[in-house]
Design a binder for this molecule. Structure first.
Ligand code: S3P
Length: 196
């Protein structure tokens, strides 16, 4: 049984397998749907959802914009690294870091060494991701994304990171042509297959 059961919230959850999957980590560029898919997965599995950007904001009690302005990108990245390690020790959790988490070698090592993480790369072409982010920005309420209007820098980072995301994930999913719900179902199915 891999599809989400209807009308269940939370769903029965994953089988408790010792040494098995403890958390699902969603990586990918901004606009890939990490938070949307993560929330759906959390709803269906009954696991906790942790959005790392939001976690940084609640921990520091400052907005991402204020943190970027006060500390610069490097300072923000340091805070992100500090919280990344503890995020990856959580059990029964869906973790969605910001797209930049993969840039730092130290963060990559922590991800690679996090036993029990099922790491999924949400992938789509650059322009689709940028268009989604621009639309979210217009609608309001989107994550603060200082890269968004620096298209050439964003494109360069996309190209560099895409290789890193792919190298660190156990599963890649094309999110360009599927709804977040279908993406979440595909991830759930993959988790069950791994437990079989
Ligand atoms: C960033 C992505 C954002 C956020 C910050 C920086 C990036 O997270 O952490 O604006 O450099 O790619 P999302 O990937 O959730 O948009």
């Amino acid at each position: 049984m891999a599809d989400f059961p209807e009308n269940s919230s939370p769903a029965p959850g994953l089988p408790a397998v010792e040494g098995g999957i403890q958390r699902i980590v969603l990586i990918g560029f901004m606009g890939a749907g990490k938070s949307t898919v993560g929330l759906l997965l959390a709803k269906h599995t009954g696991w906790d959802f942790l959005d790392l950007d939001t976690h940084i904001e609640t921990t520091t009690r400052k907005s991402a914009r204020a943190l970027f302005e006060a500390l610069g990108e490097t300072g923000f990245r340091q805070l992100e690294s500090d919280l990344w390690a503890s995020a990856l020790q959580r059990s029964q959790a869906i973790i969605a870091p910001g797209g930049a988490v993969i840039d730092r070698a130290a963060n990559q090592n922590i991800l690679r060494e996090s036993a029990g993480s099922f790491i999924v790369f949400l992938d789509a072409p650059f322009q689709i991701l940028i268009d989604r982010c621009l639309q979210q920005e217009q609608e309001g309420g989107a994550t603060y994304r200082p890269l968004l209007h620096k298209t050439e820098i964003a494109r360069m980072r996309y190209e560099e990171r895409r290789v890193l995301y792919a190298n660190h994930a156990q599963r890649g999913i094309d999110v360009a042509r599927q709804s977040p719900e279908l993406v979440a179902q595909e991830i759930w199915r993959a988790v069950f297959e791994l437990h079989d």
